[in-house]
Design a protein. Structure first.
Length: 203
């Protein structure tokens, strides 16, 4: 198969496209919901999680472009996804520092409700992607993105409970920072996968 993506679309490619379109729509929706709620509820964790959803939506769009293409295009798509995620992680850490200096206590109840909805979305997407990822580097990249989201969602829920019970905003800031660091680590994993796949293709 060449990088042009020409010819008939095989069933596996169609299945990948269907899953990625579903994932793209769900993550784009949750990005709007989480960031809007995070701003209203003054939650760094929700904003960080929402921006992570935006990065995921971007990754799914990139992966859609890579479906049916050659290994060179797929490794480049995975590399771009990793770079986007790395920038996101650094941006979240910057937001945490800003809110540490100027922020106020977030609303724990909103954090719990919205993060729980996001968790349900990501668990569904993760299950769909796990059936398709196989050894495809661009699909594995999106699976890693989603796996990171599930962990982040659980962390936001736990911090929301802590804030609700204590009123202490530092739980939210710690979770926001942890999400930023975790996202950066996942980005490096994607970049390593892409580099390995590219090296194997060149042999």
């Amino acid at each position: 198969m060449t990088d042009c993506g020409c010819g008939a679309t095989p069933p596996q490619t169609k299945a990948q496209q269907r899953v990625l379109w579903i994932a793209l729509a769900l993550n784009a929706t949750m990005f709007v919901v989480e960031v809007a709620t995070g701003i209203t509820a003054r939650s760094t964790g929700l904003i960080a999680d929402g921006l992570d959803m935006l990065a995921d939506a971007s990754a799914y769009a990139i992966a859609l472009a890579a479906v049916g293409r050659g290994i060179g295009f797929k490794t480049n798509a995975a590399t771009l996804s990793g770079l986007v995620l790395l920038l996101l992680g650094l941006g979240v850490l910057f937001e945490v520092v800003q809110r540490l200096l100027t922020g106020e206590a977030p609303e724990g109840a909103w954090m719990i409700v919205v993060a729980a909805a996001a968790l349900a979305v990501n668990a569904t997407v993760l299950r769909l992607l796990s059936r398709q990822r196989q050894d495809e580097v661009h699909i594995r990249a999106t699976w890693i993105f989603t796996r990171a989201d599930v962990v982040a969602n659980v962390a936001v829920i736990l911090s929301g409970i802590a804030v609700l019970l204590t009123g202490v905003r530092y739980f939210d800031l710690v979770v926001g920072a942890a999400i930023g660091l975790y996202v950066a680590r996942e980005a490096l994993e994607i970049l390593r996968d892409a580099r390995t796949a590219k090296s194997q293709a060149q042999r």
